[in-house]
Design a binder for this molecule. Sequence first.
Ligand code: HEC
Length: 150
Amino acid sequence: MKKIIFWTVIVFLAIQFIPVDRENRPVDRRDNFVDIYKTPENIRTILKNACYDCHSNETVYPQYSYIAPISWAVKDHINEGREYLNFSEWGKYNNDLKQNAIKKAISTIQDLQMPLPSYIGYHPKANLTTEQRKALEDYFSTILSKDNGY
Ligand code: HEC
């Protein structure tokens, strides 16, 4: 028994040394969603609080994300989130991708898939009210109706 505990502790300590890349790439205003659309402040705040940690290059890493193996799970979510949708790289998407991403965003907000429920527990600000969800949906819908996502 003692041996098991000993080795568990050693492994736990050892994995803390495996590096996790937490560097954010710089945001180019020309590609940045909120700069492109001149998004109003209230919507920016909602996006920042609820989506940016996984869907932008402006991720704020929480304290717990520095402890392995949690850090790996967090980084996984961020990598995957950015792959699907990165508001900081919006300008690089073609029109189809943009339209698709906005449609998906509306539906994931509606059916409470986004922000990820597991994330909300640690980020109360991401626990959007019905009004905030509605505001975000309406905003995305306006962008969608403006000539094809531009
Ligand atoms: C904690 C991380 C996290 C947060 C916060 C988050 N997402 Fe996601 N998002 C993901 C991950 C991971 C995926 C890919 C896997 C999946 O669909 O669950 C994803 C996928 C998506 C997709 C693509 C869905 C598809 O099926 O193509 C959209 C759109 C999206 N998120 C929008 C949002 C919006 C809008 C917000 C804020 C209201 C948000 N997300 C907040 C992690 C996050």
